[in-house]
Design a protein around this ligand. Sequence first.
Ligand code: GCU
Length: 375
Amino acid sequence: MSGANSWQQLARQGESGQAEPSPAFVRASPDREDRQNMRATVLTAAAVGGALMVSLAACGSPQATGAGADAPVTLRLALNQTKEHPSYVALSGFDQRLREATGGRYRIDVFPNEVLGAQQEILGLTGDGIIDLAVISGTQLENIDQDFRVFNLPRVFDSVAHQSKVINDPKIVGDLYTSLEASKHLTVLGGFTQGERSLYTKKPVNTPADLAGKKIRVQESPVMLRMVTTMGGSPTPMSYGEVYTAMQAGVLDGAENNEVSYFTQKHYEVAPHFTYTRHLVGLDYIVANTESLQKMAPADRAIFDREWTKTHQEFVVLWDKATKDAITGATAAGAQFHEIDTKPFDERLEKMSESFLQNDNQRQLYRQAREAATS
Ligand code: GCU
């Protein structure tokens, strides 16, 4: 497994020897202050709780909450989606079932709307054990271990069903999911699909030429930067929660995401043209602090794993419905969904992916994923 520095460094180095432009950051959002206040409160409480646990442990007190061996344990989960998003709904169900099945010994506190911070930072806090669980886009894991980039590449997955086969096959992903435990204290539980991602813009887009000079928001990763450049646009990396305001202010001409994010983030209000480029099938990982999992008694861990599996199954069903509802909702609000000939984009993107496969592990993951498309 290969380590990495910051994604900015990786991006500047370029992945095939070419320098990428320095990313422009945009930091402004109307509810940013509210989010910061909430974040400060929760994280301070977490840090104080952690300190208390350490001092009680030093006195020989029982672990977990420091209040007794059977004291309820609350796992904090960070999410950057709204409460309407299927991941919030599925994870709230996880909390409920976990509480019931453990007789209230375990619960999950799901913090939506990026209130605990953007994914980049959340990943570090999860590794540090300040946060126990988080939903993190594959693009962020790519920045701490480049092997994760394989599943972020355009065209690695043909469909959500194909992706699902790959991410639930321990023969393919078993080592990858545990690969960050020793170095980063992170365990990957599994994935939630992000569905097919497409472009949305203020003005319609039909061809790569229409994207010339257009600033398109991307997630902060070298693969995403290169992808939008390859598609003909000008990539602007930015965290998810800042995108609406940046499009509204005209700092961006558009973004790329799935219909569910387009709708739940209300991006259609400021970028009414959703163009089906279907340039990739995105993936979120559910990441846990490794020690938070190890602290569980084996019987509780078995319940946790069982309920996680159910959560994943529930998410799959919710996702399909949410996608349909998002199209209906955004259309009713005036958005237009355009089907185009994607061939000119496809041809460019196909060539791109190969240049990102740089070691045997990455090539093997890619090969296994592609084989699963036809098996
Ligand atoms: C999707 C994905 C998020 C990700 C977001 C983004 O909504 O589920 O995890 O952060 O895209 O584009 O940043």
